[in-house]
Design a protein. Structure first.
Length: 373
């Protein structure tokens, strides 16, 4: 495939750039705060309660919905721009592929024609184009990028658009692409939805998710100078799980394992009798059904291949909260940073993504100086 990551832009609750966010996460720093804009009551506790979440205070606090996403995406775009400010032609007319939240995910029963003129148009293509154009303008880009691909499939949506971008690069339709994700679970509508569906972590519900927000973007190319290369993308695969949260069924990890085992370069090594080194980055967020799926996947992984190391599993949600449609991008950003710094074994670093629906994603990364181990 030969696709290289040459730049990363990232904003999270721990930092407004890639290096700071990842360094703070590795150091175990947490900046979860009380969501004082969202008081609620439960049957167990009669007085007003407050959940906690991972807010990007300097960019997003005080904004809701579309405005919140705009601020986050512009922050990540700004970092990409600053890395190439001396070479503006690199970004001029760039093709962008984005994983975004479904604009009506928190209102599944609402009819689209019930939105009045003051509301955000729920058509994903329309509002994604507007979001990308306005964010690039705020970030100082010389020209608005071309929105070439979009997914609103949730956590695994990033793997979906990444696969499309790689296809464009491999076919020669593009020399470089910008791929990423942005999401926030901290606006009032989304928090209300999480609370009503019993998914929000709070004092009376310890097994829920802690909401977060963030954005991560990657500049990908097939013709990068080796000195600029952060790490390489070896393979991306999509799969499906027949038992999903949306169907109120507990997944056992079989769909996720099928998605991983068919990764091309992973599969050839998997059949070897020689033990291999593996590390995983998962979007597990603390919910019980996700824990069961990840556990089932790990059992299958251990049972079918010889693993040399202790199989470390990195969970970015501990540091950043559940970042929804941005979680795959944030997971890959964390893995890419660890590879570039030598914190992870240089081969077989797999980013796992699990949507609420059937879609599953697996991304295989390799460090630049991978040697032969």
């Amino acid at each position: 495939m030969g696709v290289k990551i040459v730049a990363v832009g990232m904003v999270t609750a721990l930092g407004l750039d890639w290096e700071t966010s990842c360094a703070a996460s590795r150091a175990g720093i947490l900046r979860a705060s009380v969501l004082d804009h969202f008081p609620f009551q439960t049957e167990q506790i009669g007085e007003p309660q407050f959940a906690r979440g991972h807010q990007v205070d300097l960019l997003a606090k005080g904004f809701e919905g579309y405005g919140r996403l705009l601020r986050l995406l512009a922050g990540a775009m700004r970092e990409i721009y600053l890395r190439f400010v001396a070479h503006p032609d690199t970004l001029r007319g760039a093709a962008v592929y984005l994983s975004l939240p479904d604009p009506v995910r928190s209102q599944p029963q609402i009819e689209r024609d019930s939105f009045d003129d003051t509301e955000l148009d729920p058509s994903p293509d329309d509002w994604a184009l507007r979001l990308t154009t306005q964010a690039s303008r705020l970030a100082g880009w010389p020209q608005a990028p071309r929105l070439q691909g979009l997914s609103v499939a949730g956590h695994a949506g990033f793997a979906q658009v990444l696969q499309r971008a790689i296809a464009a690069l491999d076919s020669g339709k593009a020399d470089s692409c910008i791929v990423g994700g942005v999401d926030s679970l901290l606006d009032e509508d989304t928090l209300t939805w999480l609370l009503k569906t019993n998914r929000l972590k709070h004092p009376a519900h310890a097994a829920g998710l802690m909401p977060g927000e963030g954005a991560a973007l990657f500049l990908l190319t097939t013709s990068a100078n080796a000195l600029l290369e952060i790490c390489s993308l070896e393979a991306v695969n999509l799969g499906e799980e027949s038992q999903t949260f949306m169907d109120d069924k507990a997944a056992n990890g079989s769909g996720l394992w099928r998605t991983v085992r068919t990764l091309s370069s992973w599969n050839s090594q998997r059949r070897s009798s020689k033990p291999i080194r593996v590390s995983l980055t998962s979007d597990h967020n603390g919910e019980v059904y996700r824990a069961r799926e990840l556990g089932g996947f790990l059992v299958r992984c251990r049972g079918e291949i010889q693993i040399e190391n202790d199989l470390p599993v990195v969970l970015p949600a501990i540091s950043f909260g559940d970042t929804g449609a941005a979680s795959g991008a944030i997971g890959m950003a964390v893995s890419a940073r660890s590879l570039s710094r030598g914190y992870l074994p240089p081969i077989h670093n797999i980013v796992l993504s699990t949507s609420d629906g059937p879609l599953r994603g697996a991304i295989l990364l390799r460090g630049v100086n991978h040697g032969g181990s």
